[in-house]
Write a new protein. Structure first.
Length: 400
């Protein structure tokens, strides 16, 4: 097929560099790639198996990233060429073919292409770079901020397709903003629909866990096919690696950007002791689904540094529009915000009112910490500061 790069691989798939353990995710950067032309990429394995090789198209993003990297290097005034022959390196006593080898001002540099780079996998990339006899540059459509900082500290070059190039060679140091990559195809919006938002919450809740479509589907009670589509949408927006690892904090802040809550101030507050009435309100104090405390009081329950006055009114998510309408009908709307007894809002996604917890010192069921953090993040004046100062409890990962 004209204009399409090809991968040559074994029936058992591509392997990574010989010094990396087999569980290292390599699908976004096949074992052996060489850049024959700026519009195509070719890859082959270190050795043939049973004498049979298979040609399959590689992903377009690898060619796009290499093309954008070359343009960025040229834009800063440096001469650059790609080695026309398939480049190969000796590594741990074996021949390994990298994604590409560029020649910048007469100096060879190894290019490692990734769809997205998380802070978690930076240690592996740094170890890989330090094991090579040539300088290495990590090229990706999106590199997490923490990963960029670690690469900079270890003097490993990188190209972030969002618009930054760092290139460190003998006699050459470039660390500058460059024009961001322009995708060839229109990327679908990352967070259209409830499923992808619930998937993002699950990924952020345990960013270091292995997340497969079926396990996520069970957690959020959705069809595996819908979850797979949501994961693909996040990958297409470079918010997820091909191993379903979230790119943090970018995934959190992109989700926060579209997170919406429309609180309704009520003149009254539910009484936990009124069983039948609370059942109509879907309060759910002892059920799997029910009202979820969020925002200020929930943030305090999670240990965030909040100064809260006595009697501060709680803010709730409710499971359905029916629950909200019944609450408004029973308690009435507060005429002024300062007179409110509480606020209620329909949960942006059903998962919010299922993932609730008991927290010390709080008799209401509290929303998951990711949900609470998303609401706090919406406070433009102090949201980021509160999250930055928060020392989360054990079991909670900092993803903002």
């Amino acid at each position: 097929m004209p204009g399409v790069g090809y991968v040559k691989r074994h029936d058992q798939g591509l392997r990574g560099p010989p010094h990396l353990p087999p569980n290292v995710e390599r699908s976004s950067a096949p074992a052996a790639l060489s850049f024959h032309a700026w519009s195509s990429v070719r890859a082959c394995t270190n050795r043939e198996r049973s004498g049979r090789m298979v040609d399959v198209p590689i992903r377009a993003f690898e060619s796009e990233v290499l093309t954008a990297l070359r343009s960025a290097i040229v834009d800063v005034g440096l001469d650059v060429e790609a080695e026309s022959d398939e480049p190969s390196l000796e590594l741990a006593g074996r021949t390994w073919r990298p994604n590409a080898v560029f020649v910048v001002r007469g100096q060879r540099i190894v290019i490692e292409v990734k769809a997205a780079v998380t802070e978690r996998e930076t240690s592996q990339l740094i170890s890989y770079a330090h094991s090579l006899s040539l300088p290495m540059l990590v090229a990706s459509r999106r590199i997490a901020d923490g990963a960029r900082e670690r690469l900079r500290r270890e003097n490993v070059g990188y190209f972030d397709g969002r618009g930054h190039l760092r290139l460190s060679l003998p006699g050459v140091l470039v660390d500058t903003d460059v024009p961001p990559m322009e995708p060839v195809d229109k990327t679908p919006a990352a967070f259209e629909g409830e499923v992808v938002r619930e998937v993002a919450i699950v990924l952020l809740d345990e960013p270091d866990a292995h997340h497969g479509p079926r396990s996520i589907a069970r957690a959020i009670r959705r069809a595996p096919s819908a979850v797979s589509a949501a994961l693909g949408r996040l990958r297409a927006n470079d918010l997820l690696t091909s191993a379903n690892e979230p790119v943090v904090p970018e995934l959190f802040w992109e989700l926060a950007r579209v997170w919406r809550r429309a609180p309704q101030p009520l003149a009254g507050l539910p009484d936990p002791g009124r069983g039948s009435q609370n059942a109509l309100l879907q309060l759910g104090l002892r059920e799997d689904v029910g009202w979820a405390l969020t925002d200020t009081l929930a943030a305090r329950a999670w240990g965030m540094p909040m100064v809260v006055s006595p009697g501060y009114p709680p803010d709730f998510y409710v499971p359905t529009i029916i629950a909200l309408q019944r609450a408004v009908a029973q308690f009435g709307r507060a005429e002024r915000a300062e007179e409110r007894a509480c606020t209620v809002a329909v949960a942006p996604v059903p998962l919010v009112c299922r993932w609730r917890e008991d927290r010390p010192g709080e008799h209401w069921k509290v929303a998951n910490h990711i949900v609470v953090a998303l609401d706090i993040a919406k406070d433009e004046a102090r949201g980021r500061e509160i999250l930055e100062r928060w020392n989360p409890p054990d079991g909670v990962s900092r993803v903002w």
